[in-house]
Design a binder for this molecule. Structure first.
Ligand SMILES: O=C(O)CCC(=O)C(=O)O
Ligand SMILES: [Fe+2]
Length: 408
């Protein structure tokens, strides 16, 4: 998932006793779940008044430990040895969802080649981009300027990483106090239901925010490849934001300054095949907590679906294109003119699927709210549809929401 709502400050070591409390709670839950009972209590502690940062650490430690306790270091491994899908992955709530069969319904394709260099068709393409962000929240971008070689290398290295033996991947396992690293999906929520996927999540920009501990050394080119990929995608993100700013009647510099130095995270998703593919979900429906998300699909296996008029529309990726979606931050900043659309990933019965999602965030000083220039646009005052708050407050709120959803 693109959640990535977990960008709160790291825990200070003075909070040790809190962590110990968490560990004890987790141990209790572990004993309980190994006895195969419902593990829904033992969370009385949860209600005590802890700060959002503390909640954050709690969720992470709980999620990690619970994942291990349930014997799911990786869905990829589970899928190999599997006779039957464990109940925890069965998601009957999605079985009746309607999926569109009309293959002609596809997200708009934006040709970035037309947006640079003062061509005659520039205005038409800008209008198409505006429409895509307003009406779809998703589009594919071609002629985006990212060298094909960099994309191919990234895909190859990601594929190689996931084909390593589990022990090697576990060298980059997520740690209790971090959200980066290799992990099965959704254990971070400690939820009762799990997604049919693993991921490797790495903070890639700004450079001084990198923790090389989570950057794979194998394949040997991985680090350099990711560095290049992330740098190229940062440029693409900036270019797209500046076109969107023009479309929204904003000064590009003003919008870009909110994203300057913001965190970029690259999440590579691995969806193992599943014989009961229609009974599991690779990525639970969500909208991305990001400014813009740029997605590359590693192989030809389809899986991404977006919600439109109550139906799921499967996205057919164009070779070499990026699938771009408006994230929650851009929706809010545009006062809802652009939409952060719900999406999910389904699993294939025969083939593995891999994707690389790059999330680009505003910086932590940015106020998250409708931009004053949008509210006052065209001389008319628009009422703000979203509250304004600090980046940290926004993240804490998402966390509280998640807590409600998974622990209610
Ligand atoms: O795998 C995909 O196509 C979607 C992944 C996704 O939505 C995410 O990581 O946020
Ligand atoms: Fe997503």
């Amino acid at each position: 998932m693109g959640d990535h709502s977990r960008l709160l400050p790291r825990q200070r070591s003075s909070k040790r006793s809190f962590i110990d409390t968490v560990k004890i709670t987790v141990r209790r839950i572990r004993i309980r779940s190994s006895n195969d009972e419902e593990e829904d209590s033992g969370l009385g502690f949860w209600d005590s008044s802890v700060s959002p940062e503390e909640e954050e650490v709690f969720l992470q430690v709980l999620g990690m430990e619970l994942g291990v306790a349930l014997g799911v270091p990786s869905v990829q491994e589970l899928a190999k040895s599997l006779k039957e899908v464990p109940t925890r992955y069965l998601r009957p709530e999605f079985e009746l969802d309607e999926v569109s069969k009309d293959e002609s319904v596809q997200v708009p394709v934006i040709d970035m080649g037309k947006l640079v260099g003062g061509r005659d068709d520039e205005e038409d393409e800008l209008a198409k981009l505006h429409e895509a962000c307003r009406d779809w929240g998703f589009f594919q971008v071609i002629n985006h300027g990212v060298a094909e070689e960099v994309i191919l290398k990234m895909k190859a290295d990601v594929q190689e990483f996931f084909s390593l033996p589990l022990e090697e991947k576990m060298e980059y396992a997520r740690l209790p106090d971090d959200i980066q690293g290799y992990s099965p999906s959704q254990v971070v929520t400690g939820g009762r239901k799990l997604d049919w996927s693993d991921f490797l999540y790495i903070f890639t920009q700004p450079r001084d925010g990198r923790n090389m501990r989570f950057w794979p050394r194998v394949p040997s080119s991985f680090r350099e490849t990711l560095n290049q990929y992330s740098t190229e995608l940062e440029k693409l993100n900036t270019a797209l934001l500046s076109f969107m700013a023009r479309n929204l009647g904003l000064e590009p510099e003003k919008l870009l300054s909110l994203f300057e130095g913001g965190r970029q995270g690259v999440r590579t998703n691995y969806y193992p095949p599943c014989k009961q593919a229609d009974k599991v979900i690779g990525s639970t429906p969500h909208s991305d907590v990001a400014g813009l998300t740029l997605l590359t699909q590693v192989n030809e296996v389809q899986g991404l679906q977006i919600k439109r008029n109550g139906k799921w529309i499967p996205i057919d990726p164009i070779q070499g294109a990026f699938i771009v979606n408006v994230g929650n931050f851009v929706e809010i900043m545009s006062n809802g003119e652009y939409k952060s659309v719900e999406h999910r990933a389904v699993v294939n019965p025969e083939k593995e699927r891999l994707s690389i999602a790059t999330f680009n965030n505003p910086n932590s000083n940015a106020v998250i709210g409708p931009l004053p220039d949008i509210l006052g646009k065209d001389g008319k005052k628009q009422a703000p549809k979203y509250k304004s708050m600090s980046f940290q407050e926004y993240m804490a709120e998402r966390l509280r929401e998640k807590k409600k959803k998974y622990y209610a």
